[in-house]
Design a protein around this ligand. Structure first.
Ligand code: ADP
Ligand code: MG
Length: 395
């Protein structure tokens, strides 16, 4: 998709390259608790450093309110970048302005400079042209490698591209290419597994997948709205009343398209979402009125594993149950393991909690691709335009 628009095809030697990365990492007591996002940005950073660029790293972290807030400083991330890249990284307390410009002016080829949280400036979220120009003033070339922020039209993802030659970083390009290729040219059978809490969050994605997949497996909290649409009683399980009608349309669309839509046939139910909840296994027609389905049951597990095992392309988003709690993790674990075991298939995992689940079960290295962009990957899959990508393609 990006071809000539990726940073690989540009001579960066001696150039000041402003790289928008997604270092929006979880912090606890000032320490980074998960460095996945930093690792994901390494190929681009390495490429630039190895080719003699002066690398200026720009990111957001959390949701500060357009002003300096020490809680959201990127300073703790500096050490992590330094350790992973094996080079010195300079950090400065500002994002734009004289201090930033001076620091950039002191850089030599192959050096790395990290700027402070771009969301400390109010102009970031408003995509302010003046702020965008200040960002652009720091560099000769702009690179967007923050796929996770590509669905936002902010100064650091869109505005800045009006004032600098702009290219896709390696992570962003790989994310986009993997997801679009999966939809456009999947090896068949193409099996998608959707779960998580709400059908409303993912309606657009499901609707689009129904046009591409052979089998759509739906578990997690969202399956109950579909079961109600089919006329079943689901007790106290999670149901979105206003999504019952759209769910009926979804069922019709699956039939029309010849998609095998698989819903759970049994559940692990309990009367509370708790670690010590008393659970039992029931068929989907026998969910007690005062209980809720919190995981798929053993027969559903076998059914879903069967679909996964025969697939050549797998897309998985959303856990099958409340996997954070031991009594309800079984379904998610089993499906994740089946995905990992199928090494003849291209397997793509997307979404915050699904990625967390894959990691919790230690299966990350055994799938083809783990998407780092939660919201952005969902937007891309549902066919919405991502402002950050459009800005690169239009540049
Ligand atoms: P992702 O982040 O992978 O896109 P979601 O955010 O949509 O996934 O959903 C994840 C959440 O869904 C988890 O916190 C999980 O506990 C919850 N969930 C899964 N199954 C159920 C269920 N049967 N009832 C209620 N919540 C559920
Ligand atoms: Mg989530």
């Amino acid at each position: 998709m990006f071809e000539k628009k990726t940073i690989r095809n540009v001579d960066v030697r001696g150039k000041r390259v402003l790289v928008r990365v997604d270092f929006n990492v979880p912090l606890a007591e000032g320490a980074v608790t998960d460095d996945t996002r930093v690792r994901a940005a390494l190929p681009t950073i390495r490429h630039l450093v190895d080719n003699g660029a002066r690398v200026i790293l720009l990111s957001h972290l959390g949701r500060p309110k357009g002003e300096r807030d020490p809680e959201y400083s990127l300073r703790p991330v500096r050490r992590v970048v330094q350790r992973l890249i094996g080079r010195n990284v300079v950090f400065i307390d500002s994002t734009v302005g004289p201090e930033a410009e001076e620091a950039v002016g002191r850089m030599v080829d192959g050096e790395i400079l990290m700027l402070e949280n771009v969301r400390f400036s109010p102009g970031e979220k408003t995509n302010d042209p003046e702020f965008s120009k200040q960002l652009a003033a720091l560099a000769d070339i702009y690179v967007n490698d923050a796929f996770g922020a590509a669905h936002r039209a902010h100064a650091s993802t869109v505005g800045v591209t009006h004032y600098l030659p702009a290219y896709a970083g390696m992570l962003l390009a790989r994310e986009v290419e993997t997801l679009t290729e999966m939809l456009a040219h999947p090896d068949r059978p193409f099996v998608a597994i959707l779960g998580g809490s709400k059908v409303s969050d993912k309606f657009g994605v499901i609707d689009r997948l129904l046009e591409c997949v052979d089998t759509l497996v739906i578990g997690g909290g969202m399956c109950f709205t579909l079961l109600v649409a089919k006329g079943l009683d689901v007790g106290k399980s999670l149901v979105e009343e206003e999504w019952i009608e759209p769910a009926k349309k979804m069922l019709t669309k699956a039939t029309e398209r010849g998609v095998d839509l698989m819903l759970p046939v049994d559940f692990v139910v309990a009367d509370a979402i708790a670690e010590d909840a008393e659970t039992k296994i029931v068929g989907r027609e026998e969910i007690p009125a005062d209980m809720m389905g919190l995981d798929i049951g053993p027969t559903s597990v076998e059914l879903f594993k069967g679909a996964v095992t025969s697939a050549k392309t797998i897309f998985w988003n959303g856990p099958m149950g409340v996997f954070e709690l031991t009594p309800f993790e079984h379904g998610t674990r089993e499906v994740a393991m089946a995905v990992a075991r199928n090494n003849r298939a291209v397997s793509v995992i997307g979404g915050g909690d699904s990625v967390a689940a894959v990691r919790k079960f230690g299966l990350e290295q055994r799938v083809t691709f783990v998407s780092t962009g939660g919201g952005a990957s969902m937007k891309l899959l549902e066919g919405s335009e991502l402002p950050g990508l459009e800005a690169l393609l239009d540049n």
